[in-house]
Write a protein that binds this ligand. Structure first.
Ligand code: NAD
Length: 294
């Protein structure tokens, strides 16, 4: 038996189409065009590609996109001043400061300076706290995408055993909160966890967010389990060319799992689609309108 492949690319395309419909409705009925500002500091090529894709998909969904590129010599005060301008700009409903930031800048300080209502990355402590206490919040995009993908396999996550490998603020921790909100039974594994393979084998749904190429082997996966692979790792292939692999040994796991996300084409495309979702939600909330149907 081989697993059902969860087609993140197609699911993300459907989600973007729903976002575009909501944007058209908001602008038609209320004259509200959601706007997303993305701030990129420095020349990190991976970040530059990511930011370009964000702008493109923002515009394709009918929203306004504002790109701000700053040199890696920018000071913390200059960056904070830009964030303050974006907080005050009525055309901007979402602000995303692309990480990582250069060493002279305290990223916690910058993320905390973003207006929580415009915090479409969901990294502000207010949104993290709201999520943790079960209040409505802007939720980090990658974990939100993971939940949406899991729900294409399981109509309900209630009572399922979910194992999350990784406890970062960006992926693991918010994912844990989202899973608790879905009534899953959640186990968190990390670099200090003992007997990780045995912990993973307990999972009905296994989420890997580690950043170690193909660490999760096929025999760590319970037969029939759902595997959501968040990892994006660039490795050298046998031909010397680099390629992207996940945190899961896909060729092994696909033989055991019930459903699995590929890398690329799984969680990755969902992240930007969820960013667009958050921007529409933020725009509606700032305008005092009911939550949009996405
Ligand atoms: P991180 O480095 O901040 O966190 C990694 C986590 O893995 C840590 O909590 C650590 O405890 C755990 N870990 C490390 N080694 C381990 C081990 N041997 N056993 C068990 N746990 C271990 O990384 P992150 O920002 O959470 O990202 C994780 C992965 O997800 C990376 O590959 C990253 O590129 C990818 N990612 C993908 C997307 C996307 O859009 N698909 C978005 C964000 C991150």
């Amino acid at each position: 038996m081989t697993a059902r492949i969860i087609d993140g690319k197609a699911i993300a395309a459907d989600l973007r189409a729903t976002v575009a419909r909501e944007v058209a409705r908001l602008s038609g009925a209320h004259g509200l065009v959601p706007g997303l500002a993305v701030v990129l500091v420095g020349e990190n090529p991976a970040s530059a590609v990511y930011v370009r894709n964000k702008s493109k998909q923002t515009i394709e969904a009918g929203m306004r996109s504002f790109d701000h590129r700053l040199p890696d010599t920018v000071t913390e005060d200059e960056l904070l001043a830009l964030v303050a301008r974006l907080n005050a700009d009525p055309l901007v409903h979402g602000i995303l400061v692309q990480l990582p930031l250069p060493v002279q800048i305290d990223s916690h300080k910058v993320l905390a300076a973003v207006d929580p209502m415009k915090d479409v990355d969901g990294f502000h402590p207010v949104n993290a706290g709201r999520l943790a206490t079960g209040l409505s919040a802007l939720v980090p995009c990658t974990p939100l995408g993971c939940i949406l993908l899991a729900k294409t396999v399981h109509a309900s996550l209630t009572g399922l055993d979910a194992v999350v490998i990784g406890r970062s603020n960006i992926v693991g921790k918010p994912l844990i909160q989202l899973l608790l909100n879905e009534n899953a039974t959640v186990t968190v594994a990390h670099s200090k966890t003992r007997d990780l393979p045995a912990v993973c084998r307990r999972a009905d749904i296994l989420f890997a967010a580690v950043g170690r190429p193909e660490m999760v082997r096929g025999d760590w996966v319970r037969p029939g389990a759902t595997v959501i692979d968040v990892g994006i790792n660039r490795i050298a292939g046998p031909d010397g060319k680099s390629r992207i692999v996940g945190d899961v040994a896909y060729a092994e796991a696909v033989e055991v799992a019930g459903a699995i996300t590929p890398v690329p084409g799984g969680v990755g495309p969902m992240t930007i689609a969820c960013l667009l979702v958050n921007t529409v939600r933020a725009a509606a909330a700032i305008a005092g309108l009911p939550p949009p149907a996405v």
